[in-house]
Design a binder for this molecule. Structure first.
Ligand SMILES: [Zn+2]
Length: 107
């Protein structure tokens, strides 16, 4: 559930980032990071049946520079909302399917 910090809503899941129109910042201990568009990222998780809570999403990311340098999968140290423009955008479905998925999430 989104946290309330003062008068600011802080999303704690991909869907909440989508709802509150914030990008998703995924950062590695090495300093590498990416900003994801929440729409395509949430859709990707939704299709896979993965939990989109930040605390659960960690296991589905790894750092590419660390993988190339060391050959190991290094999980991110943080996944959090951010106000920066997304660097990475993933595909979303057609409008009808998209609206159905969103409506299901909102209940
Ligand atoms: Zn790294």
């Amino acid at each position: 559930m989104a946290r309330n910090e003062g008068n600011r809503i802080v999303p704690t899941s991909l869907f909440e980032c989508l709802t509150w129109k914030q990008a998703v910042r995924v950062a590695c201990q090495c300093g590498h990071f990416n900003h994801f568009d929440p729409a395509g990222l949430w859709w990707h998780f939704h299709r896979k049946g993965w939990s989109d809570e930040f605390r659960d999403a960690r296991e589905h990311f790894y750092c590419r520079p660390c993988r190339i340098a060391g050959g190991v999968l290094v999980r991110p140290v943080s996944i959090e909302p951010c106000i920066h423009w997304p660097i990475v955008t993933l595909p979303v479905p057609g409008e009808r399917e998209w609206k159905r998925a969103i409506a299901r999430m909102r209940g």
